[in-house]
Design a protein around this ligand. Structure first.
Ligand code: MD3
Ligand code: FE
Length: 221
């Protein structure tokens, strides 16, 4: 029977069955969790990026990152030749970063709660933009003041293969495919695991075009 209801559910059910996959002791992929929020997220994202546009930053080692970055919230993550850090000021315009918009914050809080982390209060949202070929090498996130809060990430646009390593750089990472609308929550014992993103494959996403945007919410200060 191909009524309107069957048609409505067929597409998304095939591509993104709602589910929660555990990928670590305290890490979960919430498949499609952000999909109901997309229409509120995208305008918020657009206004953040109008004030603090994507820019490619240089690492202390002198390499220009292949992913372009921006931030919103009280603190933004930056890097330059002197090191990595969180700062209340966007170094491109010397102004505070744009505030963390409502829907972005609510989505992050609800995803954290869904994965068992109550009372998540993010003060930093890092926005990473990957065009095809861009990647992120294996690293640990260690610039936050405390590691008690989880990290919540929202994937938009082209798919990515996320590398989820162990506590040593040499630990062989597991590969986790992440699609438009997927949300991942990492916390507790998994918070300092090495992680990265394989080079994004060529493609065109129907809503986001030829790019992947990843939002990472943290309590940094
Ligand atoms: C796993 N971003 O911005 S999701 C980063 O897709 C970063 O843009 C990737 O790694 C991206 O630092 C991966 C975020 C992520 C953040 C913190 C983690 C994954 C994590 C901490 C521990 C384990
Ligand atoms: Fe990271």
């Amino acid at each position: 029977m191909a009524g309107p209801t069957a048609d409505l559910f067929a597409d998304e059910a095939l591509q993104q069955p709602a589910s929660r996959e555990q990928i670590g002791e305290q890490s979960w992929v919430l498949r499609g969790f952000a999909l109901p929020w997309i229409d509120r997220l995208l305008p918020e994202l657009r206004s953040v990026l109008a004030r603090s546009p994507f820019r490619r930053m240089v690492t202390p080692g002198g390499f220009t990152m292949s992913a372009a970055l921006s931030s919103c919230g009280a603190l933004g993550w930056t890097t330059d030749s002197t090191g990595y850090r969180y700062s209340p000021i966007d170094p491109n315009n010397q102004q505070p970063w744009p505030a963390l918009p409502d829907a972005l914050r609510q989505l992050a809080e609800q995803a954290a709660a869904n994965a068992g982390f109550a009372d998540f209060a993010p003060d930093a949202c890092l926005i990473n933009r990957y065009v095809p070929g861009a990647k992120m090498s294996l690293h640990q996130d260690k610039n936050e003041r405390h590691y008690t809060a989880p990290v919540v990430s929202v994937s938009l646009g082209l798919p990515a293969i996320f590398l989820f390593g162990g506590h040593a750089r040499s630990d062989t990472p597991q590969k986790v495919s992440l699609f438009h609308g997927d949300v991942v929550v990492w916390g507790g014992v998994d918070r300092l695991r090495f992680h990265g993103v394989m080079p994004i494959k060529n493609g065109e996403h129907p809503i986001m075009g030829a790019q992947r945007i990843n939002l990472t919410f943290r309590t940094a200060g």
